[in-house]
Design a protein around this ligand. Structure first.
Ligand code: ZN
Ligand code: ZN
Length: 238
């Protein structure tokens, strides 16, 4: 009976996959067909042990950028490569109001965290905040949705009243590396800092490109008394 209902629903709501454009069958993930969803490229070894970027040569441990720098967080791990279906899914999730993709994306990130050994060393999860303005327009913070799902899976508290973004900045997209770091300087503020004193914090964001945003958040949390910051992101820019 369930199968018949599913088939009927598919006939009535035969939407097209946002990635390949084909008609979707019953195994779809919101607006993506099952085949495209399964084809999302998870980041596997070898990757840069510092920033999580996919590497090609197995003997290497750091990407070209990380051989020359250290940021304020311990490391970043990203679940998937920011291209194809994952890139489109993030676009739909952030800019097209497809809040319902949050569950599938949160599960994808949570599964990846499990693969990478879980979160035994973490006390709290904090999502990278968006400005009040953006929140009003978008009605939700995509990173907070991901953080809540990870928190549920790992039974960890998610702190939403600690880290704030005090102003909007120019979009990071299209800026050069140094410009990205300058662009976010000083835009994060910590309130209720007593909650994170000596705590090991996991910062969660949707996308990591240069690491500028995560670095700035991490600096603010460390200055407020956190003992260490790790980062997990849904996607890693190439
Ligand atoms: Zn598809
Ligand atoms: Zn790196």
């Amino acid at each position: 009976m369930n199968r018949i209902i599913t088939l009927l629903l598919d006939l009535v709501f035969q939407a097209n996959c946002k990635s390949c454009g084909n008609k979707m069958k019953s195994d779809r993930k919101v607006c993506f067909c099952g085949d495209c969803w399964k084809a999302i490229k998870t980041i596997r070894d070898p990757f840069c042990i510092y920033c999580g970027k996919q590497l090609i040569i197995p003997e290497e441990h750091f990407c070209a950028v990380c051989t020359k720098r250290r940021l304020s967080y311990i490391d970043n791990r990203s679940a998937g490569i920011y291209e194809g279906t994952l890139k489109e899914a993030l676009h739909q999730f952030k800019y097209k109001g497809k809040k319902s993709l949050g569950k599938a994306l949160g599960d994808f990130l949570s599964d990846y965290i499990e693969e990478r050994g879980g979160l035994d060393d973490i006390d709290f999860i904090i999502p990278v905040p968006i400005s009040e303005n953006k929140r009003e327009k978008r009605e939700y913070n995509q990173s907070e949705i991901l953080a809540v799902l990870v928190g549920q899976r790992y039974n960890l508290p998610v702190l939403k009243d600690v880290l704030f973004r005090t102003k909007d900045t120019a979009a990071q997209f299209g800026l050069r590396r140094e410009e990205r770091f300058n662009n976010v300087r000083g835009v994060f503020e910590v309130l209720c800092s007593e909650k994170i004193k000596w705590a090991s914090v996991l910062l969660i964001d949707d996308l990591l490109t240069t690491g500028a945003t995560a670095d700035e958040c991490s600096k603010a949390l460390l200055e407020a008394g956190a003992s260490q910051i790790r980062v997990f992101t849904l996607a890693r820019g190439l």
